[in-house]
Design a binder for this molecule. Structure first.
Ligand code: FAQ
Length: 321
């Protein structure tokens, strides 16, 4: 249905009229004409976002069977299911741009499409479930709240529900951190260790520094992104440091300091060489994560075949009735 629109994508002079609509705050809907580059950028960003939600289930899924209580197990299970739901809304939003979910999955498995670097780090202890909720979902919210106002209708609407759920996820993570940080000395040590390991990878979630960001300028003109990477990273640090202070934990950055003039913290940049290595597939868990997705995709083939066969049978039954 949408393939037809792709053929009518705008180029050249029409781009100015499109930009004027974006500047006026008019949402772009699936059947509207749009520049080919706008469509391509959205498919890249929404597709990568969807993959991140789905791959993002793996580090936490790792702890469902080992949660320390039935209550924590239920909460974690619900959270991980929410991430699957986020992937679903986002794949659906992406499909409105003329690409199928199967194609998106194949691009993930072939390495052509990325997913967030953060999910290539291991979750070694229960405290990591706290750090992931607090820091990773915290960073995700910081990035996604502004996306509720992005120019593409289906993406902006998907973000509304996702942000509500991410907010619950962030709080459940912080609640685990509170239990650990105010618990025994050993538990506090585990909480500190989790913060030490997840701090810089969380800062990397916002993408490279604006000066090295390939897509930011154009994406911001098109309101596919609402803020630069550095601005959101700074906001995240400003909000998170007092939360660490409350827990009595130390952010692993000796240069961290409040800067009165800018009304924000000065902080150390993450190691960008490490970031690019992880993005290229050389992080601690890249191979394991893609292998898990490949197994799930291949193992689910019989189920997808069954659904298609059932749909075909229903169509035949209705036609005969
Ligand atoms: N990891 O030019 P930019 C979550 C790539 S959801 C991997 O600045 P852009 C929920 C980028 O793709 C987390 N690659 O790129 C959850 C580009 O490469 P390309 C995901 C990255 O797109 C929580 C190149 O670097 N959130 O966590 C990363 O303008 C807990 C140059 O970068 C979203 O996807 C990275 N961190 O800005 C789930 C939000 N950063 O494609 C489970 C939507 C950059 O040319 C558990 N996305 N790259 O080959 C965005 O806002 C943007 O896409 C950015 C990157 C900000 C991520």
């Amino acid at each position: 249905m949408y393939a037809q629109n792709i053929e009518t994508d705008q180029t050249g002079a029409d781009d100015a009229a499109f930009q004027a609509r974006i500047d006026a705050g008019i949402k772009v809907e699936p059947k509207d004409p749009m520049p080919a580059g706008y469509r391509k950028t959205l498919i890249r960003q929404i597709g990568q976002h969807a993959h991140s939600e789905v791959v993002g289930q793996l580090p936490e899924g790792n702890w469902i069977t080992r949660a320390p209580s039935l209550e924590r197990k239920l909460i974690l299970l619900a959270k991980v299911q929410d991430e699957a739901g986020h992937g679903l809304y986002l794949y659906c939003a992406c499909e409105t741009l003329g690409i199928s979910r199967d194609e998106l999955t194949e691009k993930l498995l072939s390495g052509e499409m990325k997913y967030s670097s953060i999910f290539n780090y291991p979750t070694l202890t229960w405290a990591d479930m706290g750090a992931v909720g607090w820091l990773v979902d915290g960073a995700a919210i910081m990035n996604q709240v502004p996306l509720q106002r992005c120019s593409y209708g289906p993406y902006s609407r998907a973000m509304v529900r996702i942000c509500k759920e991410e907010s619950f996820h962030q709080r459940q993570g912080y609640s685990i951190m509170m239990n650990m940080a105010f618990g025994t000395p050993e538990q506090k040590e585990m909480a500190q260790d989790a913060l030490n390991r997840f701090w810089y990878p969380s800062l990397m979630m916002f993408g490279p520094s604006d000066k090295d960001s390939v897509h930011s300028a154009q994406s911001m003109r098109w309101k596919i992104k609402m803020n630069g990477n550095d601005e959101l990273r700074q906001k995240f640090v400003n909000e998170t440091v007092p939360q660490a202070d409350y827990l009595g934990l130390k952010v692993p950055d000796d240069k961290l300091q409040w800067n009165e003039a800018k009304q924000g913290y000065d902080f150390s940049e993450p190691d960008w060489n490490e970031f690019y290595q992880v993005v290229k597939g050389n992080g601690p868990c890249n191979r394991e994560r893609l292998e898990a997705r490949r197994e799930a995709w291949e193992g689910g083939q019989w189920f997808r075949d069954g659904l298609m066969a059932y749909a075909a049978k229903e169509t035949r039954r209705r036609a005969a009735a």
